[in-house]
Design a protein around this ligand. Structure first.
Ligand code: ZN
Ligand code: ZN
Length: 337
C-alpha cells in the first residue's frame, strides 16, 4: 500500500509498504478515507523536533472505515467510520489520572509514536477511536481532531457573555476557533491574518470582522469597547506581542500556535495589567463534542478545506503550505473508493 513516511527533517517519502497485519487484541485496522495536513506535521517536517522513530507514517488528523477488529474490542464494528484521538498518553501519570491527558508526562501523538493516517490503511488501539455519524462526509470527518483543539482553546479562554474576542491567525486552529465562537458566543468577533484571502474567507464564513493589529483598528471596530480576550493561533512572537499590547487590563491571551523564536517580554506588562497567558495544548475531552458538532458545521467546514488528489501529492503540498501558499484552511487528502 502507499504511505507517506517521515525519515528526518525535510526527508518525507511516498513509498510502497506492507499493509498492517491482522489486528491483535484491543486493536482495529482502518481503511483511511481522508487525512488532513496539520501545522504540527509541517513543524515536525521542518525541524524534526518530535521525531522519535524512523521512519513513521505521518498524519494525525484523519477518519477511516473499520476493516478488521481484533479480539477484546467492544462497541466498534467493521464498516463503522471513526475519528481518531491523536493523543497517545501513558494513562498512569498524575496528569492522565486527573483527566488532563493532553499534558501527560509521556505524551506522544499518532503519526509520531506510531504510524498515522497518510497511508491507505492503519492499525490503531480501539480506545483511540470514536464513531462518526454516517451522514458526515469524509473531508469534514477528518476535521474532528483540529476542531477539538479549537474547542479546547475556546474553553480555556472562558469568555464571559457578550465580551469582544480577537482571533490572531486564521489558519486551521484560528479559523476553527472563529467558527466555534460564531456559533457559541454572543460577543463581537474580530479576526486578524496577514493572508488576506484566508482572512476574507473566515470573515465570510463566521461573520467576524477583519482588523489590523496596528493603528487603532481594533478600537475602531469595537466602537470604544475594551478588548480583554484574544487567542493567538499563529505562534509568531511578533503577533503575540502585538496581541498583548492590544489587551486592556484584566484580560487573557490564549496561546495555541506552535512558536518559532522567543518572546522578549517585559513581565511588568502582565503584572500591571493583570493579564493572563494561557497555554492550550491539544484537547482533553473535546473530541466527542467536536464529533457531535460536525453534522451542523458541515456546510461551513466544506468551504474551508482544499482537497488533495492523492498521497503522492503530500510532500509537494507540505512545501507549498510552508511557503504560505493556501487560501483555504485545511488541505486534506481524500481517498477514492
Ligand atoms: Zn493537528
Ligand atoms: Zn500520562
Amino acid at each position: 500500500m502507499r504511505a507517506v513516511r517521515l525519515y528526518d527533517p525535510l526527508d518525507l517519502r511516498v513509498e510502497d509498504v506492507d499493509p498492517p497485519s491482522a489486528p491483535p487484541p484491543g486493536f482495529v485496522n482502518l481503511k483511511v478515507r481522508a487525512a488532513g495536513i496539520c501545522g504540527s506535521d509541517l513543524h515536525n517536517y521542518r525541524t524534526g523536533q518530535w521525531i522519535t522513530r524512523r521512519p513513521s507514517v505521518a498524519g494525525h488528523e484523519f477518519c477511516g472505515t473499520i476493516v478488521a477488529v481484533g479480539d477484546d474490542v467492544s462497541g466498534l464494528h467493521v464498516g463503522d467510520t471513526v475519528a481518531v484521538d491523536s493523543r497517545v498518553c501513558c494513562g498512569a501519570c498524575p496528569a492522565c489520572t486527573s483527566g488532563r491527558a493532553n499534558i501527560c508526562e509521556k505524551l506522544g501523538f499518532v503519526g509520531e509514536v506510531c504510524d498515522g493516517g497518510f497511508a491507505e490503511e492503519v492499525q490503531l488501539p480501539a480506545r483511540l477511536l470514536l464513531r462518526h455519524s454516517p451522514s458526515v462526509g469524509a473531508r469534514v470527518a477528518a476535521m474532528a481532531e483540529p476542531l477539538a483543539v479549537a474547542l479546547h482553546a475556546v474553553r480555556r479562554l472562558a469568555l464571559p457573555r457578550g465580551e469582544p474576542v480577537l482571533i490572531v491567525g486564521c489558519g486551521t486552529i484560528g479559523g476553527l476557533c472563529a467558527l466555534a465562537l460564531s456559533r457559541m458566543h454572543d460577543g463581537p468577533l474580530l479576526l486578524a491574518d496577514l493572508n488576506k484571502e484566508r482572512l476574507h474567507l473566515i470573515g465570510t464564513v463566521t461573520g467576524g470582522a477583519p482588523v489590523n493589529l496596528t493603528g487603532g483598528a481594533v478600537e475602531a471596530a469595537l466602537s470604544g469597547r475594551r478588548l480583554r480576550f484574544a487567542i493567538d493561533a499563529t505562534g509568531s512572537v511578533q503577533a503575540i506581542e502585538a496581541a498583548l499590547n492590544l489587551l486592556a487590563g484584566g484580560g487573557f491571551l490564549a496561546l495555541v500556535g506552535i512558536s518559532h523564536g522567543r518572546l522578549d517580554l517585559d513581565p511588568n506588562l502582565l503584572v500591571e495589567r493583570e493579564t493572563g497567558l494561557l497555554g492550550c495544548h491539544a484537547f482533553t475531552d473535546e473530541l466527542a463534542e467536536a464529533v457531535s458538532l460536525l453534522p451542523e458545521l458541515s456546510p461551513a467546514l466544506e468551504q474551508l478545506c482544499e482537497p488533495i488528489a492523492s498521497l503522492d501529492d503530500v510532500p509537494a503540498t507540505y512545501d507549498r503550505l510552508l511557503r504560505g501558499e493556501s487560501a483555504k484552511l485545511k488541505s486534506i487528502v481524500e481517498f477514492s473508493g
